[in-house]
Design a protein around this ligand. Structure first.
Ligand code: PMP
Length: 443
């Protein structure tokens, strides 16, 4: 139990102090270090439904959800049972298993344009493979990405990236060679003219445009009406591939991901999709999928090499498959409703305290941008994100944490709710909001 852990001297503070001596920053992924909000990150002992409990015995309503995978909440009994059953049969074989084929079929049934799918373990591998496929398919080298979009820590995609790169205010990453960086064209998000101009200038050298289907790694910045459709049109016109990165949005914002909210209705699809997070249900599974002719370049059929010791792992795919099979329309309806409630109340309490803000949202994903510019114009690109009053977030976050609400420890991340967030959990968040709004106002 949590009190035993504290008695044994494994408090968050003590563990973090030791961890910093043996793990860079004390964490295995930068944003977990709480650098943007200050204080000691709680070390999590367990999670159940909408709650996580730290080793010091504090329980929080979790609004991070493992950064997306926890669509059904933590330790959903049916998911745990499937994982335990799979684990009992052996943790992995490096040989094909039936579950991975079932998971691929589940993905294809929701996004039919993912005609063929290759499973990997992380979103980073998925986008890396998508780029390699696009370059092989087109015989071109350049790739277009948007400032503030995060696609994992692929060398070519770290320029002006979101998520932890934005939190640490890095323009890009050290250790990326000049040659690789020179093959990436970074454009402002939501700027169709900039994309058209890039194609007018370099059109015959651009292999692909990669974009978050709805960006949620610079805070949430929804695509303007027709932006994704215009990317589809321009890439097709110039013989480049469109890669929609749905690692975060896929099967979270709806039954068929962001494509189901936009592409399905408007009648278009990307050439390649990347998925992750929800398709692993909390264990490491990600995927690249898309056009049969493009996917056919992958080894062993084609000349594009890609592989993984743990790819399609039977325990991980059991977690993902069970999660997706449970994620029916009612799950998405419930999550949409909970997100709408939180968005509305967030905006109301901030207005009550006269804190200028914009609650930005895309489907069930949302985040708050502070400042008069954000309040007046909304936030449409990374420049506007950087001009926002991000410093109001630290005291806001601290007040929430003290009231038992675990929001993302950075202003540049989306808030995640799950189908397990019931009225009790939501009420706890709502009652924590006024004090947090006062803290943001006082900052
Ligand atoms: N693409 C997007 C849109 C993401 O949000 C993320 C992770 N937050 C990634 C790619 C990278 O995935 P991973 O962390 O599994 O490498």
């Amino acid at each position: 139990g949590s009190s035993e852990a504290a008695v044994a001297g494994r408090t968050s503070a003590e563990t973090f102090a030791h961890a910093q001596a043996v793990i860079p920053g004390g964490v295995n992924s930068p944003v977990r270090a709480f650098g943007a909000v200050g204080g000691t990150p709680p070390f999590i002992a367990s999670g159940s439904g909408p709650y996580v409990t730290d080793v010091d015995g504090h329980e929080y309503v979790d609004l991070v959800g493992s950064w997306g995978p926890a669509l059904l909440g933590h330790a959903h009994p049916e998911v745990v049972e499937a994982v335990q059953a799979a684990a009992a049969r052996g943790l992995g074989f490096g040989a094909p298993t039936v579950t991975e084929v079932d998971l691929v079929d589940e993905i294809r049934s929701r996004v039919p344009a993912a005609e063929m799918v290759r499973l990997v373990s992380t979103g980073t591998e998925a986008t890396m493979t998508a780029l390699r496929l696009a370059r092989a398919h087109t015989g071109r080298d350049l790739v277009v990405k948007f400032a503030g979009c995060y696609h994992g820590h692929v060398d070519a995609l770290l320029a002006s990236a979101g998520s932890g790169v934005a939190t640490l205010a890095l323009p890009d990453s050290a250790g990326v060679s000049t040659a690789v960086a020179a093959e990436t064209i970074v454009l402002p998000y939501n700027d169709v003219d900039a994309v058209a101009e890039a194609f007018a200038t370099h059109g015959d050298r651009i292999a692909a445009v990669i974009t978050e289907a709805a960006p949620a790694n610079m805070g949430v910045v929804p695509p303007g009406p027709g932006f994704n459709a215009e990317l589809r049109r321009l890439t097709a016109e110039h013989g480049a591939l469109l890669i929609q990165d749905e690692v975060l949005t896929g099967f979270r914002v709806g039954f068929s991901g962001w494509w189901g909210l936009e592409g399905l209705r408007e009648g278009w699809a990307a050439d390649l999709f990347t998925f992750g997070k929800v398709i692993g249900g909390g264990l490491p599974v990600a995927a690249v999928g898309g056009r049969r002719d493009v996917m056919g370049h992958l080894a062993p059929v084609g000349p594009v090499y890609q592989a993984g010791t743990l790819s399609g792992n039977p325990v991980a795919t059991a977690a993902g498959l069970t999660t997706l099979r449970l994620a029916d329309a009612s799950v998405y309806a419930r999550i949409d409703q909970t997100a709408a409630t939180l968005r509305t109340e967030l905006s109301r309490v901030l207005a009550d305290e006269s804190v200028p803000h914009s609650v930005q949202w895309a489907g069930s994903l949302f985040s708050t941008m502070f400042g008069p510019e954000a309040a007046t114009h909304g936030v449409r690109d990374y420049a506007a994100v950087q001009a926002s009053e991000a410093w109001r977030y630290a005291p806001f976050h601290r007040a929430l944490l003290e009231a038992g609400v675990y929001a993302p420890p950075s202003p540049f991340e989306a808030w995640f709710v799950s189908a397990a967030h019931d009225d009790t959990a939501v009420d706890r968040v709502l009652s924590a909001l006024p004090a947090a709004a006062r803290a943001a106002a006082a900052a």
